[in-house]
Design a protein around this ligand. Structure first.
Ligand code: NAD
Length: 295
């Protein structure tokens, strides 16, 4: 049994903490939102009145927070988790944040003698609930070996992506591919419609030809063909367009800092900005086909 502190008990963190409890670990949590605290308490998470209080004596601190600014605020500074965690504790941030913040916080942890991993996830709320998340992990070999047994409680696929920040790098690169391919699929299926080519026929051909890709096979943006598609449920997410928008913006921040040319990533970010600004952030990301169809 590991004594775990869990900060950020929202849509993702709540079920992840719950799975750690089910896995036989002692979990003490903290969140700013009373409803998140109440739900976690019902699932067997002990609750503390502060992040520092939850971290007291914990072997491992895990966080699942909205963005880089929250992660920096929670970990650094005189009352931050790096200052308050016990000597030898392992820190794991599972939030999706910018690579620069992930590396800066890990550096601060290392300066204080603490191991830290970035372990963003894919798989969404359903994956968090089922304990089938994919973890993309950045950090030292030693820290990864320490964290792996806990990732295995919360997820199914655990990949060590390299040094600090590489988990976040993997996440933004992967989701940039996903955003770009979803737009490409949406354009092709819209064009097919206008050319009088049946959607099912294009799928039958393309899914077995060189146009095939993961998003087409799993998240086809047109209804009635791929069972798991959000298009069959009026684009109820799934993976919300607001989340894709966030990840594409992070990819562009990273590209700009690294001096990488990602013109299609930039275009995808711009298209999702328009889509989300038009009030569609709560729809599945595949609903971008509506905008491409001009609807
Ligand atoms: P959420 O908003 O449901 O949960 C975040 C929680 O953090 C909230 O309950 C909030 O009150 C809490 N919080 C914020 N600041 C805090 C602080 N200073 N101290 C303590 N608690 C604080 O968001 P979510 O959907 O759980 O997403 C969390 C992270 O996971 C994000 O980085 C997101 O990009 C990533 N992610 C989400 C999904 C998804 O499908 N929801 C999928 C993959 C990755």
């Amino acid at each position: 049994m590991t004594d775990i502190c869990f900060i950020g008990l929202g849509n993702m963190g709540g079920p992840m903490a719950c799975n750690l409890v089910k896995g036989g670990h002692k979990v003490t949590g903290f969140d700013l939102a009373p409803e998140a605290i109440a739900a976690a308490r019902e699932n067997g998470v002990a609750v503390s009145g502060s992040a520092a209080g939850a971290a007291e004596g914990a072997d491992v601190v895990i966080s699942m927070l909205p963005a880089g600014q929250h992660v920096r605020a929670v970990y650094t500074g005189p009352d931050g988790l790096i200052a308050k965690a016990r000597k030898g504790a392992l820190l794991i941030d599972c939030s999706t944040i910018d690579v620069t913040s992930a590396r800066a916080v890990e550096e601060a942890a290392r300066a204080a003698g603490l191991d830290m991993l970035d372990g963003p996830v894919s798989g969404g709320v359903a994956g968090a609930e089922a304990g089938t998340l994919t973890f993309m992990v950045g950090g030292s070999d030693k820290a990864f070996a320490r964290g792996k047994p806990l990732f295995e409680v919360m997820g199914k696929t655990i990949v060590h992506a390299g040094g600090p920040g590489n988990g976040q790098a993997a996440k933004v690169c992967n989701n940039m591919i996903l955003g770009i391919t979803m737009i490409g699929i949406s354009e092709a299926f819209t064009l097919a419609e206008k050319l009088g080519l049946e959607q099912q026929k294009l799928f039958d051909i393309s899914s077995k030809a060189s146009g095939s890709c993961w998003a087409m096979l799993n998240h086809l943006p047109v209804p009635g063909i791929v069972e798991a598609s959000a298009a069959n449920r009026d684009y109820k997410p799934g993976f919300a367009a607001a989340m894709m928008h966030k990840d594409l913006k992070l990819s562009q921040e990273a590209a700009s800092q690294a001096g990488a040319a990602t013109p299609l990533g930039a275009e995808a970010a711009a298209l999702y900005t328009m889509f989300v600004n038009a009030g569609n952030g709560g729809l599945d990301y595949s609903a971008i086909i509506k905008m491409i169809r001009g609807k």
